[in-house]
Design a protein around this ligand. Structure first.
Ligand code: PLP
Length: 385
């Protein structure tokens, strides 16, 4: 087994000699500052403004989604998307146990409960086979399909494209279709990732993106709801803008809704970042290729590559290491001691305090992945290091 020093040396060989190398650092140039200054000068800094519309149109064009609705973050985007497909009190929503806590929290915010299902060894995303097991054993009732493990209606399935690698989304959508269960894609990490020509986040009834500071494109904080459905898009816009009825001066609201719209100031940053997205994606692929080549000789460290037939944005480059949790932690410690900000996967959601009490499906693959994956410094600028 290669020593932690070898691990550190290999990463250093790719990222260069800077004393501290962050996991994923935003890349902000004079162009971003210029657009944000324009926004400030306009005084339209809040949620009404031309940058929001321009950013939405730009993301719609880039992803091929018919509609893109800009919101305050990825979590609120996912909550609203789930509410739009009818998830709420008394329901289950199938989510991967291997995800950031926001995936489960968005489900909880709707009043529904997450039901955690296992991952796929190669894509790192929700296992279609494991979802099929849940659906096959479920009871068909007048209210819908009822989860045999919980007695609750399964309202939706939320796949996630882990680290930017597309999961088997077409297969999942086909399976969910057989049971008439809506799919809402958590594409928070996968802006720029495609299956064939089709962008992640556009397979399900709705999809969501995140533009948090650590994402491939940032608006500081922000998110986007994607859908091809005109009515869902109209509802998404209405629900995220306090359900205000259009009028020149009256404040009339027709339901309890949210103030979740993306401020213009954030969208100005997003518009400038979006111009640079093709460059970020090219840099990420170069960085991934360099890591892959560097780790080729290490028999117990495997660089994680995009699943066949897909194009990943390589949001976070990562390796799978042998030796279980103890070895993973030894490598993390050595790398972080050496100024290389490496991170494990998130602790599995079924083991997190708010969700520990919930029933869940068997999770053997998620547990193995959790104990063996290390994420590497992945800022696009490192491609030139
Ligand atoms: C998988 C996943 N889902 C949801 C989110 C939530 O996005 P946000 O932080 O913009 O709320 C994130 C990232 O932050 C994420 O990685």
């Amino acid at each position: 087994m290669s020593a932690p020093e070898d691990f550190v040396r290999t990463i250093r060989g790719v990222v260069g000699a800077e004393p501290f190398v962050g996991l994923h650092v935003p890349d902000i140039t004079e162009r971003e500052k210029q657009r944000v200054r324009e926004c400030l000068d306009s005084t339209f800094v809040s949620s009404v403004g031309a940058f929001v519309t321009e950013f939405e149109q730009g993301v719609a064009d880039f992803t091929g989604a018919r509609h893109a609705i800009a919101v305050s973050n990825g979590t609120s985007a996912l909550q609203v998307a789930l509410e739009l497909v009818g998830a709420g009190e008394g329901d289950d929503v199938i989510v991967p146990a291997l995800s950031f806590v926001a995936t489960a929290n968005a489900v909880s915010h709707t009043g529904a409960q997450p039901y955690f299902v296992d991952s796929d060894e190669t894509t790192l995303g929700l296992s279609v086979g494991a979802v099929a097991d849940v659906l096959r054993s479920a009871r068909s009732t007048s209210e819908g399909l009822v989860n045999a493990a919980t007695g609750r209606r399964i309202a939706a399935i939320v796949p996630m494209h882990t680290l930017g690698h597309p999961m088997h989304i077409a297969e999942l959508v086909a399976l969910a279709g057989e049971y008439e269960i809506p799919v809402v894609e958590d594409a928070a990490e996968s802006l720029g990732s495609r299956v064939g020509e089709v962008h992640t986040g556009t397979f399900g009834r709705l999809g969501i993106l995140s533009f948090n500071g650590n994402k491939i494109l940032t608006t500081g904080g922000g998110g986007m709801i994607l859908t091809d459905d005109d009515e869902l898009a109209r509802r998404a816009r209405h629900l995220t803008t306090t359900a205000k009825l259009p009028h020149r001066w009256e404040f009339e609201h027709d339901e309890v809704a949210y103030n979740y719209r993306m401020p213009n100031l954030n969208a100005a940053l997003g518009v400038a970042q979006l111009e640079r997205l093709p460059g970020f994606l090219a840099d990420k692929r170069r960085l991934a290729a360099r890591y892959q080549a560097a780790f080729l000789g290490a028999p117990d460290v495997e660089f994680l590559t995009e699943p066949q037939g897909t194009e990943s944005n390589y949001w976070l480059c990562a390796v799978r290491v042998a030796g279980g949790l103890a070895r993973r932690n030894a490598l993390l410690e050595a790398a972080n001691d050496a100024g290389l900000q490496c991170r494990p996967f998130w602790n599995l959601l079924h083991a997190q305090a708010p969700y520990r009490h919930l029933p869940h499906a068997p999770l053997p693959v998620a547990e193995t992945l959790h104990a063996s994956v290390v994420c590497l410094p992945s800022s696009p600028a490192l491609a030139a290091a």
